[in-house]
Write a protein that binds this ligand. Structure first.
Ligand SMILES: [Ca+2]
Ligand SMILES: [Ca+2]
Ligand SMILES: [Ca+2]
Length: 246
């Protein structure tokens, strides 16, 4: 009979260890971005603005282009929390919210490139204190990405492809204040003839522009595709040899 309490104590201790291990708790000091506590991707962290003027920085690293949601639950009943989301350049605030006592708010940032993002949390007023739960969700873009850098025509970085290739990519995502505005691919025609190019815009929100030009920067074809639209263009009478860009 004397062994039963010991067994119960061991089981309880083991359960407690697993539970704590599944959480990510803030690690003070974290009052500056360089000390930010790590928030695992698509996971949850716990912390508190434990005294007036406490600042908590968190950081999360995304592994794909997409939309990042950061949800904060203020679990205290004393003060409000002001939250700001930054990329690694700290140049602009991507989104911000103020979370009052016992409420939940979500920040949304769409069109983000893969990279590390930082979250700054502090009392809405200098004297405010609060405990909180912070979680993040990345809604990743589907489809393969193109290899960057490929932002230049002819004389700069671009991606050589074969004439019959089908290539995929993402465009318009930004990180550290830099938007991926252009993707260039080049190919060489092996014989005189007519060229057919099919452009598919995989976005269901944004329009896209596709262009075809030769290696002397002469524009040959242009296509403006609405969201979800696919178009095939024809360029007749091309000579062999010149490298074309699209
Ligand atoms: Ca803290
Ligand atoms: Ca802190
Ligand atoms: Ca690019």
């Amino acid at each position: 009979m004397k062994r039963s309490p010991c067994l119960l104590a061991l089981i309880f201790f083991a359960f407690q260890t697993v539970s704590v291990g599944a959480q990510t708790s803030e690690l003070e000091p974290n009052d500056i971005a360089g000390q930010a506590s790590a928030l695992l991707l698509n996971n949850t962290g716990y912390g508190s603005i434990e005294k007036p003027n406490d600042i908590d920085w968190w950081k999360v690293t995304t592994n794909s282009d997409g939309k990042l949601d950061i949800t904060i639950q203020n679990t205290g009943n004393v003060g409000a929390i002001h939250v700001e989301l930054y990329d690694s350049s700290f140049y602009t605030i991507l989104d911000s919210v103020t979370v009052n006592e016992n409420t939940v708010q979500t920040m949304h940032a769409d069109g983000l490139g893969a990279g590390t993002y930082f979250i700054k949390m502090k009392g809405a007023a200098a004297i405010d204190t609060a405990s909180y739960i912070i979680s993040n969700t990345l809604i990743a873009v589907t489809g393969p990405n193109d290899k960057e850098p490929n932002d230049m025509w002819w004389f700069g970085p671009h991606t050589p492809i074969q004439l019959s290739d089908t290539v995929y990519g993402h465009i318009g995502y930004n990180h550290n204040g830099k938007i991926d505005k252009d993707d260039y691919f080049s190919f060489t025609t092996p014989a005189d003839g007519n060229l057919y190019l099919t452009f598919n815009n995989g976005s269901n929100i944004n329009s896209m522009e596709f262009n075809l030009g030769d290696s002397l920067n002469n524009g040959l074809l242009a296509s403006f595709n609405d969201p979800g639209q696919s178009k095939t263009m024809e360029q007749q009478g091309l000579r062999a040899v010149p490298t074309l860009f699209g």
